[in-house]
Design a protein around this ligand. Structure first.
Ligand code: ADP
Length: 605
């Protein structure tokens, strides 16, 4: 029998468990029972697809017993069991995503009291045990094995004479100390109360002294009246390894074309891997209490990928395959139903609980906006009333409906401006004219915003207008004057245009104090150019830039003068003005050395 070392990351967690800085040691039993229940699930599920495996459903159970002589607590299941390799791999390393999440929290030195919120798995048993022995026989193997460990210095595996399939875990409890009576864990009272508190919903009987301790009704099948917020929150954090309670719980029961029960959660914050390829959307699918699939992605549209939870329906057969799912009518119906239910709940939150909605939107708003332009805008009507933007007037987030309802007489567009931050947009030269008119402007700070706006193209018949677009002209009278000014100085502007790479140079009346700004013509805005060109693809785009010069600024006369008297100098000025306009937009300049030399040239004169 050879002694083996734990993998190093496991070791750290083990140290924590053994030295058990955490006060809620009770959770170890819940973890072991949950593992036992998973093991029985796996066996039962295999028996549905593999004719060689015979299972009598009513025999499936988890047994708890005690050995008073050597202060041992025993948890035994008749589930799938583990072979030698599995014992080695599963109990020698951190397997569980929850354990990993926990480890990450520890690495970040977050509050230690939240350990209990994570599924810390098998290792938690070391909080109460000085020695653990796991005897197991896999249903796929004739031999049984025994894994044993006294903690951090390693574990060993040997053959065992266990005959039955399944796993038996013996915990040799730590000796009582002044503060902690570990021997409590073999008292009737403690065992009964822990099982009913933490493991009541486990679907297999948990038997102790011939008595079944749990009700076996899963939370989603219980009557809402008998469920507390804490019940929901515990269920959520246990299952989804989240230390924060969900921002919304949706518990629903539907009878009709398709019948199902669903218990859904919207997290309060973005999961660490949410906006990565690793994140998988999906809900657990049960058929009348039996788990069919851990994560059924067909139950959720992409734009609701953040929703977690379970769906239990009798309308799908137990041995449905992944391939079949897509063609299953009831899955399609349930998914449609869930889609509208969740959106309805979000609308309610938006209406009645704005503060929480803002929190939700901060976490998952980009997902909804992505949903608007994804699939060629197919879902935009479903989502357009769920998005919010920062308003220049309200100085807070508003819906498009609220914007349109507050529009001024004569205003026919929804104005928006995009930029890196609210402050930066607020100081943008182009925004002055719209504010002067007392029109509200939506500030778009998320890179995805403009794509969503472009996909929407209008709301309640009102077009969206980018304040940074060249064609925006609000003042009719001034417009004529500017038009004439531009025509009269066609040659000057043409010359300026030729010395920088833009589509047009023109005078404008829309700036109050700033000398210049950059606007665009056509489909691609400057912000879209920035986003698209930052993407790791070969597709690069160029916005059609227009350099606009404030006709009421002294710079105009200077330019007219240079055109008459010093064309060489005019070129230099043009380049500097263009660079200024780019910098204000947060864009780079291609030739910083040339520009800084030019500036020096001019100021040293
Ligand atoms: P998790 O259960 O989240 O994976 P654990 O550390 O609790 O994390 O367990 C690690 C692995 O050990 C499990 O994934 C499972 O494969 C195996 N395991 C634990 N307990 C049992 C058991 N009673 N029967 C069969 N396999 C088990």
């Amino acid at each position: 029998m050879k002694k083996k070392q734990f993998k190093s990351e496991s070791k750290r967690l083990l140290d924590l468990m053994i030295n058990s800085i955490y006060t809620n040691k009770d959770i170890f039993l819940r973890e072991l029972i949950s593992n036992a229940s998973d093991a029985i699930d796996k066996l039962y599920y295999e028996s549905l697809t593999n004719k060689d495996i015979k299972v009598n459903k009513k025999d499936l159970a988890i047994n708890i017993s005690v050995n008073n002589d050597n202060k041992a607590l025993i948890i035994e299941d008749n589930g799938i069991g583990m072979n030698e390799e599995e014992l080695e791999n599963n109990l020698g390393t951190i397997a569980k995503s929850g354990t990993l999440a926990f480890k990450e929290m520890m690495d970040k030195k977050k509050n230690i009291d939240i350990i209990g919120q994570f599924g810390v798995g098998f290792y938690s048993a070391f909080m109460v045990s000085k020695k653990i022995v796991v005897e197991s026989k896999s249903i796929h193997s004739d031999k049984a094995y025994e894994w044993s460990s006294e903690g951090a210095d390693g574990y060993s595996i040997s053959e065992s004479d266990r005959k039955e399939n399944g796993t038996k875990i013996t915990l040799y409890l730590k000796d009582d100390t002044e503060d902690i009576a570990y021997s409590d864990y073999i008292s009737d009272y403690k065992i009964k109360s822990l099982v009913t508190k933490y493991s009541d919903y486990i679907r297999y009987p948990i038997i102790y002294n011939k008595e079944t301790l749990n009700s076996m009704v899963p939370l989603w099948k219980k009557d809402k009246k008998n469920i507390t917020d804490t019940d929901y929150n515990n269920f959520y954090s246990d299952r989804y390894y989240d230390y924060e309670a969900p921002i919304k719980v949706i518990h629903t029961s539907v009878e009709g074309m398709c019948s199902y029960k669903a218990l859904l959660f919207i997290p309060s914050h973005t999961p660490m891997d949410y906006y990565t390829k690793e994140y998988e959307k999906g809900l657990s699918l049960y058929s009348n209490g039996v788990l069919i699939m851990d994560s059924c992605k067909e139950l959720l549209p992409d734009y609701l990928a953040f929703v977690k939870g379970v769906v239990d329906t009798e309308d799908v057969s137990l041995n449905i395959s992944r391939e079949m799912l897509q063609q299953t009518k009831s899955i399609e119906l349930i998914s449609k139903n869930i889609d509208s239910k969740v959106r309805k709940e979000l609308e309610d939150m938006l209406k009645n609980d704005r503060e929480n909605y803002k929190k939700f939107f901060e976490a998952f708003g980009p997902q909804l906006k992505f949903g608007i332009y994804n699939n060629f805008g197919m879902d935009k009507d479903k989502l357009k009333d769920l998005i919010i933007f920062y308003s220049s007037k309200k100085k807070d987030y508003i819906t498009l409906k609220e914007y349109v309802d507050n529009m001024k007489e004569g205003q026919d567009s929804i104005y928006y401006a995009s930029g890196e931050s609210i402050d930066k947009i607020d100081n943008m030269p182009q925004i002055e004219q719209v504010k002067d008119k007392d029109y509200e402007v939506l500030y778009l700070t998320d890179y995805i915003d403009e794509f969503a706006i472009t996909a929407l193209s209008e709301y309640e018949g009102k077009k969206f207008s980018n304040v940074k677009e060249e064609k925006l002209d609000l003042d009719e009278e001034a417009k004529e004057k500017t038009k004439k000014l531009n025509e009269d100085n066609k040659d000057l502007l043409g010359l300026m245009k030729d010395s920088i790479k833009v589509t047009e140079v023109r005078f404008t009346n829309k700036l109050k104090n700033h000398p210049v700004c950059l606007t665009t013509k056509g489909e691609v805005s400057l912000d879209m150019e920035k986003v698209i060109n930052a993407m790791p693809t070969d597709q690069k785009v160029k916005a059609e830039e227009v350099l606009e010069i404030n006709e009421n600024h002294p710079i105009k006369d200077k330019l007219l003068d240079l055109y008459q008297n010093n064309k060489e100098e005019l070129e230099k000025y043009t380049k500097i003005l263009y660079s200024e306009a780019r910098l204000i937009e947060g864009l780079q300049i291609d030739n910083p050395t040339e520009i800084s030399n030019l500036i020096c040239d001019i100021i040293s004169k």
